[in-house]
Design a protein. Structure first.
Length: 346
């Protein structure tokens, strides 16, 4: 999907002063990164490493795996499309609502698509459709923020050794759960691939940087479909800077989650609005009256506030929209504007 994602402020002529549509860390990139990239500017005069080998080695050390188990990509989206190509024509299950690129990538490569809700997976009697070869699950989920326990997912992998599971962990760092990541399960389950994003938590989505973790065999298979030089030289340098300086480069997620809890509590008092349970800093909301598309247009043009119309997520309805947590003052502005708009629709 080329259009219809969040963070589309460029499509509005009215200036956007608070962007709730993006679930990227809103506090800016880590201190020192910009200066570091200027210092490394001469790297753009040469071709970058073909597969980002120096960053690959650092990521492998960080996760305690072999370099052959890491594939550096142009955002997690590149990995999604490589996986869909690798499993071309497969019977594939996607847990919904979900990031649209799973479905788009699979349709491009002629998958036989099946869909199941996260609520269905929460049922103890859930089982995969017969002959499922590939399964995508985002955990924590986008757009709902729901987090499935590691133990529950491990049971799913164990029970289905002939299915390859792709777990998108783009938002793992935004949870308070120290066991949110499935990286420790990689040794046990060769049928598992993890997708990781470096753009969300470090606030550098314009650099396009992510990676996949999997067995060496799986990474080799994905690499056979990969184009050379897809990750540019400055993105590689940024990735190394961020990983080498952990945990100092990580933002104050605990503070963000405290603000998120207060934001959610305030949203739940707004009449005519329902708010999803979430383990992260963003929420899926639903209007009981009115359309999210109309709300988005009104908030952007009247108040300079941008929300994510979520009605185009499979499994969502016309009233669904997603909000990410910003500052307390910005959150209050959004709630006041939202209440006023809902009152005009009642």
């Amino acid at each position: 999907m080329l259009h219809g994602h969040g963070d589309d402020a460029y499509q509005f002529t009215h200036p956007i002063s608070a962007n709730f549509s993006s679930n990227v860390w809103a506090g800016g990139s880590p201190e020192g990164l910009k200066a570091h990239l200027f210092e490394k500017w001469d790297a753009v005069h040469r071709y970058p490493e073909v597969t980002g080998e120096s960053l690959q080695a650092l990521l492998a050390e960080h996760h305690g795996v072999a370099p052959e188990q890491v594939l550096v990509t142009n955002g997690a989206v590149e990995a999604i499309y490589l996986i869909a190509q690798r499993f071309r024509n497969a019977r594939t299950l996607i847990f919904t609502p979900a990031f649209s690129e799973y479905e788009d990538a699979c349709r491009l490569h002629s998958h036989d698509l099946q869909f199941a809700s996260h609520e269905a997976f929460s049922n103890e009697t859930f089982s995969l459709p017969p002959e499922t070869k590939l399964c995508f699950i985002c955990n924590p989920n986008n757009p709902t923020g729901q987090l499935h326990p590691r133990e529950k997912l491990a049971r799913l992998f164990e029970a289905n050794p002939n299915t390859h599971f792709v777990t998108d962990e783009a938002f793992t760092e935004f949870t308070a759960d120290p066991n949110a990541s499935l990286a420790p399960l990689l040794r046990r389950y060769p049928n598992l691939t993890l997708l990781r994003s470096m753009t969300k938590i470090f606030a550098v989505p314009g650099l396009r940087l992510g990676y996949a973790l999997a067995s060496a065999e799986q990474i080799a298979a994905l690499s056979s479909h990969k184009q050379p030089w897809t990750v540019n030289a400055l993105a590689i340098e940024a990735g190394k800077y961020l990983i080498e300086r952990l945990p100092e480069t990580l933002p104050d997620v605990a503070g963000l989650l405290r603000r998120a809890a207060a934001f959610k509590a305030a949203l739940q008092t707004v009449p005519g609005l329902s708010v999803s349970e979430s383990a992260v800093h963003f929420f899926l909301c639903e209007l009981k009256i009115g359309r999210a598309a109309d709300l988005k247009k009104h908030l952007a043009e009247t108040h300079g506030l941008l929300v994510r119309d979520a009605s185009n997520f499979r499994g969502c309805r016309a009233g669904h929209f997603r909000l990410a947590t910003l500052s307390d003052a910005e959150n209050a502005r959004l709630i006041n504007a939202l209440q006023a708009w809902i009152q005009t629709c009642s």
